[in-house]
Unconditional design. Structure first.
Length: 314
């Protein structure tokens, strides 16, 4: 065999060995994925998306839910540290309550990559990857106002107060709606992202304010609860808008029961967080700023049929 061929064969063998070693190293590493309850399809999509991407990249992946309980989240992060996890992908249980837990993980050498919700601290997590909630909320509000004919009484259902997204979305709604003097908010209540609570709150609001024309909700789960309460009261004349881009709301839009929603790319966002974690573990940096925002898309009858599991199909 010629020397050049020998060297070429040796080089190819070395590269293959390096690739196998890198793959084996990744396979020995664990990525822990912690989200709120999977009863909400948005959070389930995050967990499934992150797990699938981690496994594609050769990692072991474990999924847990903190159920929006900061104490349970703390225990799960302690467990991730004890398991010597390589990284944590986290949709957190509170902007303030999460800071100490993420810092504890950082101090133990376990980097955190946050998705969907920010925390009230910088330099603690490696990445805070969120949807552009304000931009998405303004899209929904503009469509809502237009469909309402720029006038009428409406209700706002707000998310969990400890979640910064709830406030950001509400501000986006009002920065648009409040420009129209004939749009009048007659009730604003938190339903804590819950469909059951939204149903109950909507029943009470409707009894006190029977002359409403619209309901704008901080997430799709609450929008579905509001829709159910309105249907139970025989009020098919009330316009409903949500935020998230769930399959349930997609179906309701196509059935003419909900007007619109704002799509957050939950699945892709979670996968991107895993990709950034992989890059960080290999290179010691992500090449991106800590805070990253992904734009939302308005979903209405014109494009709802293309929506599947928090992503638009081509």
């Amino acid at each position: 065999m010629k020397l050049s061929n020998v060297l070429k064969t040796a080089a190819l063998g070395l590269l293959a060995g390096i690739a196998l070693t890198a793959s084996a190293m990744a396979a020995d590493k664990l990525i822990v994925i912690i989200t709120p309850s999977h009863d909400n399809p948005f959070f389930k999509a995050e967990a499934v998306g992150a797990q699938a991407r981690a496994q594609e990249l050769g990692y072991k992946a474990a999924i847990y839910s903190h159920d929006d309980d900061a104490n349970k989240q703390n225990d799960l992060i302690d467990s991730a540290i004890a398991q010597k996890a390589s990284a944590i992908i986290l949709d957190n249980a509170g902007a303030d309550a999460t800071v100490a837990a993420v810092k504890k993980a950082k101090d133990a050498g376990v980097p955190s990559f946050l998705i969907d919700r920010e925390i009230n601290a910088a330099g603690v997590a490696v990445v805070q990857l969120v949807s552009n909630n304000y931009q998405g909320a303004t899209l929904v509000a503009e469509s809502f106002v237009s469909a309402m004919g720029e006038k009428g009484n409406y209700v706002e259902l707000v998310g969990k107060e400890s979640d910064t997204n709830a406030g950001v979305r509400s501000k986006g709604f009002h920065d648009v709606i409040d420009q129209y003097p004939d749009m009048k908010m007659v009730a604003q209540q938190s339903a804590n992202w819950s469909q059951t609570e939204a149903f109950s709150k909507m029943e009470s609001i409707l009894q006190a304010n029977p002359n409403i024309k619209g309901v704008i909700s901080g997430n799709d789960t609450m929008a579905m609860g509001a829709m159910a309460a309105l249907e139970a009261a025989g009020r098919k004349d009330v316009l409903v808008a949500g935020f998230d881009g769930s399959n349930d709301v997609r179906d309701a839009i196509l059935a003419g029961k909900i007007h619109a929603t704002g799509l957050q790319p939950a699945y892709r966002q979670a996968q991107y967080a895993v990709e950034l974690a992989d890059k960080y573990l290999k290179d010691g940096k992500t090449g991106q700023p800590e805070k990253i925002s992904m734009d939302c898309v308005l979903i209405d009858k014109s494009n709802a049929a293309k929506l599947e599991t928090f992503a638009l199909k081509d």
